[in-house]
Design a protein around this ligand. Structure first.
Ligand SMILES: *Cc1c(COP(=O)(O)O)cnc(C)c1O
Length: 541
């Protein structure tokens, strides 16, 4: 199909010539920039194709031998890829943390790709380097609110970093704990430090059995990747139970003390500034005290919730974040920037030096090359998208977006509470909430049932929730995610719940009412609902 000539002449054209305006790619481009919503609704068609069927389109493992015409290729992309992707702009897709983007990102993305700057070093990025440093400074200020002189001194200093820009929250968390590890097991006396001598030597020198990181069970799985990658081992991620959804500072202190008395050392406490599953915020101020008492690093994972700091009304919910040694914030979540924009911010601009690397041909000593203190090497200029968003929205614009998300979540929570066949499981601290469908009669039955009966019934309700979530997703009109949670309402065992993230500002109250109505309709037509109605609680019934 559409085989092109194998000649340098043809390839040079591919490099230099824009597509003819009637070509498929040019049409796609025009349609995208005229109206992306219309483009997506026309091309992302929800066919009931299973993943196995889709895999058939991607089953060849040989590199195609001959070049293909760009236009022909664009056609095949529409058919194989776009048609079976997810319409993230739909206001009824309320299950993900990354969603619709503001329009201006489309032309900006073209500019970004067009310029193709590499932020690893000044030579390949020029103005992008000071821009990225300024973005880090603005976000640092949002968290730590240091005086002007502080930023005048550190913003562009070659020997300091206010943070590390990276591809996302995962890398930001790893970076923050990497800095913490290298600082806590740093050079001392005759010891060269963990960065040079390695972990085994560091444990011997500091006379410790294990190095651990503590967080609640709601800690993001990236923390588990971090302790793995940093050589501490996944068993040293100490996750404490949190039936109330947040880390209990008293428990954290006791657990930390016991851990250290056994010959171990606590590297860090991680407070979560908006958990991925329920949006709860750990008591950061109290956890800062605990970290101080235990003598460990305090990291706040505010990948999702950090943007709440833009809101005068809600920023107090993150009180204590300014005491953290490091903070993770993802711009690609509540800051509406395309994916690939995370940040680790450091309270102390000296700390990034614990991971500083130099190389002869690149990252020379004394240079302002950002790559010297980032985990990633070649990196694009995503900071521009954050820079532009910060200017185009301004703090007050972001404040409005954050406030409306939280208010909408509260309104949805009321809708759920008023509905007899739904049960609100966690009410929104920010703009995430969880709930489940459960027939009213069953909710009443659960109040008086024995432990054994409760267990059986809840298993059956879990099944109902899973079925409804899957069937709704397959129907393709709307999407709500699901998770399993320990909750105070159902203390015996975790329950399966719907999880809603109100990310898209265009999601309306009517959309939310329609999603709930659709779930109710799917549920009442499900066999599990009939079983519950007839008192058949056993899963095999
Ligand atoms: C999303 C998230 C992460 C991971 O961020 P990525 O950008 O997906 O790598 C980490 N922590 C929390 C709390 C998050 O919500």
């Amino acid at each position: 199909m559409g085989e092109a000539q194998v000649s340098l002449e043809h390839l040079f054209r591919v490099f230099t010539k824009p597509e003819h305006k009637d070509s498929k790619l040019a049409q796609i481009e025009q349609h995208l920039s005229d109206n992306i919503l219309d483009f997506l609704s026309q091309h992302v068609v929800t066919k009931k194709t299973s993943l196995e069927e889709i895999e058939q389109d991607f089953c060849l493992s040989q590199v195609p031998e001959s070049p293909e015409f760009v236009s022909a290729h664009a056609e095949s992309l529409l058919d194989k890829l776009v048609a079976h992707s997810v319409n993230t702009y739909s206001p009824t897709f309320i299950g993900h943390m990354t969603s619709a983007l503001p329009y201006f990102h489309l032309p900006l993305a073209k500019l970004l790709v067009g310029l193709n700057q590499n932020l690893v070093k000044i030579e390949t990025s020029k103005a992008f380097t000071p821009l990225e440093r300024q973005v880090l400074g603005m976000m640092h200020h949002l968290v730590y609110e240091q005086p002007d002189e502080f930023y005048q001194h550190y913003l562009h200093s070659a020997r300091h970093a206010l943070g590390a820009f990276c591809s996302g929250g995962t890398i930001a968390n790893i970076t923050a704990l990497w800095v913490a590890r290298n600082k806590i097991l740093g050079p001392k006396g005759g010891f060269a430090g963990v960065a040079k001598a390695g972990l085994a030597a560091a444990y011997r020198f500091y006379d410790i059995q294990q190095l651990g990181v503590m967080c609640s069970r709601r800690g993001h799985y990236s923390l588990s990747k971090a302790v793995d990658a940093l050589g501490l081992g996944r068993q040293q991620l100490l996750t404490l139970p949190c039936p109330q959804q947040t880390l209990d500072p008293r428990q954290a202190l006791e657990h930390g003390k016991r851990y250290q008395e056994d010959g171990n050392r606590l590297l860090a406490i991680v407070g979560i500034g908006g958990t991925t599953e329920t949006g709860h915020i750990d008591p950061l101020d109290e956890l800062a005290d605990v970290a101080k008492e235990l003598g460990c690093w305090f990291h706040v994972d505010a990948a999702w919730g950090g943007a709440t700091l833009f809101s005068e009304q809600y920023r107090a919910r993150l009180k204590g974040v300014e005491r953290a040694d490091s903070v993770t914030i993802d711009a690609h979540k509540q800051m509406y920037v395309p994916m690939g924009a995370g940040m680790a911010l450091f309270k102390n601009p000296e700390d990034a030096n614990t991971v500083r690397h130099h190389a002869q041909y690149i990252l020379r000593e004394g240079s302002k090359d950002l790559g010297a203190t980032t985990l990633e090497g070649s990196r694009n200029g995503m900071a521009m998208m954050v820079y532009s968003s910060l200017h185009i929205f301004g703090r007050r614009g972001y404040e409005l977006l954050i406030n409306q998300s939280i208010e909408k979540a509260k309104a949805f929570a009321h809708m759920i509470e008023r509905h007899p066949d739904f049960e609100l499981i966690t009410s929104p601290t920010l703009s995430i909430l969880t709930y489940r469908v459960c027939p009213q009669a069953i909710q009443e039955k659960l109040r008086t049932a024995s432990k054994e009966e409760r267990h059986q019934i809840n298993q059956k309700v879990d099944r109902l929730v899973v079925n409804v979530q899957k069937l709704q997703r397959e129907a393709g009109k709307s999407f709500v995610s699901r998770t399993r949670l320990e909750t105070p309402q159902h203390p015996d065992r975790p329950v399966t719940v719907f999880r809603v993230v109100l990310a898209n500002p265009l999601t309306s109250h009517n959309d939310l009412a329609a999603i709930l109505a659709e779930q109710h309709l799917i549920a009442t037509n499900n066999r599990v609902w009939q079983d519950l109605d007839e008192g058949k609680y056993s899963l095999t019934a």
